[in-house]
Design a protein around this ligand. Sequence first.
Ligand code: 3PG
Length: 246
Amino acid sequence: MTSTLVLLRHGESEWNAKNLFTGWVDVNLTEKGRGEAVRGGELMREAGVLPDVVHTSLQRRAINTACLALDAADRHWIPVRRSWRLNERHYGALQGKDKKQTLAEFGEEQFMLWRRSFDVPPPPLDDDAEHSQAGLPQYADLGEDMPRTECLKDVIARFLPYWESAIVPDLRAGHTVLVAAHGNSLRALVKHLDRIGDDEIAGLNIPTGMPLVYELDDDMRPTAPGRYLDPEAAAAAAAAVANQGR
Ligand SMILES: O=C(O)[C@H](O)COP(=O)(O)O
């Protein structure tokens, strides 16, 4: 038996539009981002890929993307589960900083280490800093798990327990599962599914609002490479993500 997994990065956010490092800052979708989410749902409906259950992060750009996409696919009524483990990578002291200015200030090598290396996190964000999430009610239960910065390795470490304990059981039950999340939490999942190496993963960029569909076997291994429902638009949008800051 195979099961179907659909990955959907949120549509364009207000800080994507301003080219700011966002991470755990809870910004909303832009009008364009809302349109991308609706289009993502239409693509799912047209392809007959109809989620039975949705998992989202605790961040409104992913939550609202899931609502808009599911509404467009006539699947607004399915059960929903949310976890901080699906949140965007915590971008540490870079949260709120302009990507272009950061590149100009620190240079290409450091910029890419912070943005795409596997295991180099940006400097941590102080709890009393403007863009800190420390003390927010949605994270009150995290205790020691509350990040102040993360690299992709850290994201994988906090994402995989949720994958195993919450998403895999839904897939094993035969459900088509939608995961509505973020550029780097989805890079973590794609790295795991496609067994992408720690160095190679730097080249993977996930576009906003583009459903990416996997068929998984009983061992939760992809039977074929993941396929974007609109491959041309996805390739162009992924290239735009890669070029942020330039
Ligand atoms: O948090 C952010 O700034 C974005 O959602 C992802 O940014 P990145 O593509 O620069 O990692």
